[in-house]
Design a binder for this molecule. Structure first.
Ligand code: PHE
Length: 454
């Protein structure tokens, strides 16, 4: 196992926040959030999502960072070091599986984003709403192309990881994140001033309370919150292990959560107003293709739309890559730490396995009928992966993490780690209650009622 000196720490607090935010901000915010809002009935989903972020995910973010920084190890090793001779290391194994599972569908969508850089830049995405939608359908029905694009994303991610972890991530994220924020703001301003935007804003902001207690909606909101914040699978735990002892964990956690949530909300302000400005738009009908159908129409309303479109998909691809890097790093670090594999071997083997699991997702949007409408599931393979990993695996990982910190390692030791070198821990009494009682009970209730209502 590498010592602290060999593992390195972040260049600065800003560097850590950028890297962790780089993991958090990605397709989850710009593709996942609007898609889920569309399927979850609009504003009511947004409301439940925000409650999940504040009451469940923020405390678990602190918990993951604390475990990582205390143990200075990747997930499996960290659980084992804090609670030796128990089975808690299995939580780390769940994270390793979730990392591979999520990466498998994630790299398919990121591959679409790569292709759309080209399509947007060359003006292939013009025409009315129907043409743009038909273009997406034809594109994703091309199986070999989807598989090749998935391989481009996985290959790039693997190349970065063979070279070591942070040095690159910190630098790239520092440039990409501000650029993405500015571009999203410009797009949001354009979107809310389109004719028909008011209807979209109402859909996005005025909750239909009749779905407030729909277990499927609540489960999807919880899963989306975990997915978007990179929680429940040890990614943040791993980043925490690189966080300096003098840094404030609470400040870092709040920054990452605030940035990530702001970016997701901003994406909603782009997609729904521009979606509703299109005749006959139904946000619940589009599925994974929602943003690819709506955004080209928005770019077309901007002067220099082709350039905007290409710039948008470039930034989205980079944002996705800073996330795929953290997704792949969890299983890779596991095989390096626990099985003592050399880094290149670990990267090559994990990437190959992920690629094989990714193939059905790449074929699930029209290329192969079986994967596109899974008999008996009423959904496509890719959407099924989202449900399995985001809605179930991540929240279960988060639940176990909360129980571990709250009851096994115990909150006073975690608090001690947070307060090292005089770092403040505002709201620590509230945090203790949330992590011991509220997080486990709420997650368990949501998962059980989702299963029962299936
Ligand atoms: N949070 C990332 C996104 O929103 C995805 C991710 C999930 C990354 C889990 C790492 C771990 O795009």
């Amino acid at each position: 196992m590498a010592s602290t000196a060999e593992r390195g720490t972040w260049g600065s607090r800003a560097g850590f926040i950028l890297a962790a935010a780089g993991s958090a901000v990605g397709l989850g915010n710009i593709w996942g959030f609007p898609t889920q809002v569309g399927q979850g009935g609009g504003a009511v989903f947004v409301l439940i999502y925000l409650l999940c972020v504040l009451l469940i995910c923020l405390p678990i973010m602190v918990a993951e960072l604390v475990i990582g920084r205390h143990a200075q190890l990747a997930p499996v090793g960290a659980f084992d070091a804090i609670s030796p001779n128990t089975r808690w290391w299995l939580v780390g194994v769940l994270g390793v599986l979730a990392g591979a599972g999520i990466l498998s569908f994630y790299s398919v969508i990121a591959g679409w984003s790569v292709a759309y850089i080209w399509f947007a830049g060359t003006g292939a995405l013009t025409g009315d709403a129907e043409t743009v939608e038909a273009f997406f359908a034809t594109f994703t029905a091309n199986g070999p192309l989807s598989i090749a694009l998935t391989l481009v994303i996985l290959g790039t991610t693997a190349t970065v990881l063979v070279g070591g972890v942070q040095s690159g991530i910190e630098r790239v994220t520092k440039l990409m994140m501000p650029a993405l924020i500015v571009l999203l703001l410009v797009l949001a301003i354009r979107a809310v001033t389109l004719p028909g935007a008011a209807e979209g804003l109402a859909y996005y902001l005025r909750p239909d309370f009749s779905r407030l207690f729909d277990p499927t909606v609540i489960n999807a909101a919880l899963g989306q919150a975990f997915f978007s914040l990179s929680l429940g699978m040890g990614a943040m735990l791993t980043y925490g292990s690189y966080l300096g002892k003098q840094e404030s964990i609470v400040t870092a956690a709040c920054w990452v959560v605030a940035l990530d949530t702001a970016m997701a909300l901003l994406a909603g302000f782009i997609i729904f107003p521009s979606g509703f400005s299109i005749e006959g738009f139904d946000p619940s009908a589009s599925g994974p293709g929602l943003i690819f159908a709506v955004l080209p129409r928005l770019f077309a309303t901007l002067p220099g739309g082709q350039l905007f479109g290409a710039a948008f998909f470039i930034l989205l691809t980079i944002a996705a890559l800073t996330s795929t890097i953290s997704l792949l790093e969890v299983p890779v670090a596991h095989f390096i730490d626990v099985h003592k594999w050399p880094r290149p071997k670990a990267v090559l083997l994990v990437t190959t396995v992920v690629f094989l699991i990714a193939i059905p997702s790449a074929l699930a949007n029209g290329a192969v009928g079986f994967f596109s409408t899974l008999p008996g599931f009423g959904t496509d393979f890719l959407s099924l992966m989202v449900v399995i990993w985001n809605n179930f695996a991540l929240p279960i990982g988060g639940l176990l993490t909360a129980v571990f910190v709250g009851w096994v390692w115990r909150v006073d030791r975690a608090i001690e780690e947070v307060e090292l070198h005089g770092s403040p821990f505002p709201g620590r009494a509230l945090w203790s209650v949330l992590i011991r009682w509220v997080c486990p009970a709420a997650i368990a209730a949501i998962i059980v009622s989702a299963i029962v209502s299936m």
